[in-house]
Design a protein around this ligand. Structure first.
Ligand SMILES: O=C(O)CCC(=O)C(=O)O
Ligand SMILES: [Fe+2]
Ligand SMILES: [Zn+2]
Length: 397
């Protein structure tokens, strides 16, 4: 984009906010050679021989002048509420498309910006920097990023990409400092607060309101599936782990759901089509939702796993569905806890595990609080903020 003349850059500098980082590094593209007005649209021709049509209404809506897009917030100010009754005059001026509308308003468009947005080319998506989710293979081990690299080097980007791709990433060699988890989370965005607070301590407590705050072993689970919107990302920072036991376990819920589908399409169907109740209650709260254990997206792929046996509520199903539901649940449970689908390791003090709580299940072995202390500090983050942080980091390169 910065191949534009100064005059051009001035007029077309403000363009949709999502493009700011992306386009500055993809400045090259064919020159615009011709603009031919035909009815309710214009046909543009580029020097590489390609052509594309743009409706007048679309162009008017995307005008990036300071009247149509706020020069500081970069947000759209124009409302597309009136149809375009009179076609504007259209010219290629100093390489850009210049339109003068019936009311005298002028719009200028960068040729490469338009080229990348040819409406005939439906492959254009602005967010290619976000890695695709990759299912775990049988010998999956989490990527490790050192705390020092995260703070001072390229480690934060590597950490974000691994977390988005694998749903699990290990940070290591961090300080044994209270609240380090909050400081790390703060780089990404505000912590997602729940009924357990924004930042919680995981250790054996005298009057626990949650299985995590005891010393018992925790079978694989996701946190807070009793919320309509469970937390996306969980961070657990290890400060002490001297007690005997207490190893962490993880499984990729999406991968195991696919294995369930292969082994028993009927069990998969039951768990993905049958909503059940989840509910947490203590002195101050009663948070409940009804949803299936495996939620699918519109392509039939797993989108969210709700698996947490402690806060599964009374099973409220028609009598004839009950036995089949338990058989399906047992099957999924066994596959998740199959050592081939699970990874296990002890967190060391100074390590932080981060995982996608709506995809990857976590658990821990029982520990014996008489043999030493075990203390983790945890918090949650929103996936939107992770993706945002990655886009911003890549924009600065
Ligand atoms: O103690 C652990 O390792 C995990 C506890 C847990 O499940 C949690 O904090 O959500
Ligand atoms: Fe948990
Ligand atoms: Zn304008």
């Amino acid at each position: 984009m910065h191949t534009a003349t100064p005059h051009h850059a001035e007029h077309n500098a403000a363009r949709p906010r999502i493009d700011m980082g992306e386009l500055s590094s993809h400045a090259e593209g064919p020159a615009l050679v011709d603009a031919v007005a035909t009815g309710a649209r214009v046909t543009l021709h580029w020097e590489d021989g390609s052509q594309a049509h743009f409706p007048w209404m679309w162009l008017r809506d995307h005008c990036a002048c300071p009247e149509c897009r706020h020069p500081l917030t970069r947000e759209r100010l124009f409302f597309p509420l009136n149809d375009i009754e009179t076609a504007p005059s259209a010219h290629v001026t100093e390489g850009s498309l210049e339109l003068i509308w019936a009311d005298g308003h002028m719009s200028r468009f960068d040729p490469v910006w338009l080229y990348q947005r040819r409406l005939e080319d439906t492959t254009f998506t602005p967010a290619q920097v976000i890695p695709h989710r990759q299912p775990w293979c049988l010998d999956f081990t989490p990527e490790r990023v050192s705390h020092g690299d995260f703070i001072n080097g390229d480690g934060e980007r590597q950490w974000l990409e691994a977390l988005l791709r694998d749903g699990l990433v290990l940070l290591e060699d961090g300080p044994l400092a209270e609240e380090e988890v909050s400081r790390l989370a703060g780089r990404i965005g505000p912590m997602r607060a729940t009924n357990f607070g924004a930042r919680f301590d995981v250790r054996s407590k005298p009057n626990p309101n949650n299985a995590a705050y005891t010393a018992i072993g925790l079978a694989l689970h996701v946190d807070l599936p009793n919320w309509r919107q469970p937390p996306d990302i969980q961070l657990l920072y290890c400060l002490q782990n001297e007690a005997k036991g207490g190893e962490s376990t993880f499984a990729d819920g999406f991968t195991v759901a696919e294995i369930l589908r292969e082994e028993s399409p009927e069990h998969f169907r039951i768990l993905s089509e049958t909503p059940i109740d989840f509910r947490f209650q203590d002195e101050d709260h009663d948070i409940a939702v009804r949803a299936p254990i495996i939620e699918l997206n519109e392509d039939g792929k797993p989108l969210e796993i709700r698996f947490n046996n402690w806060i599964r509520d009374t099973l409220r199903l028609p009598l004839h569905e009950v036995d089949a539901w338990y058989a399906a649940y047992r099957h999924f449970w066994q596959l998740l806890h199959d050592p081939r689908h699970q990874i296990e390791f002890a967190l060391e003090p100074g390590q932080m595990i981060a995982f996608d709580n709506r995809r990857v299940l976590h658990g821990r072995r029982a520990f014996d609080p008489n043999t030493g202390k075990r203390h983790l500090q945890g918090t949650y983050l929103d996936l939107d903020l992770l993706e945002s942080r990655l886009r911003v980091l890549l924009r600065q390169r």
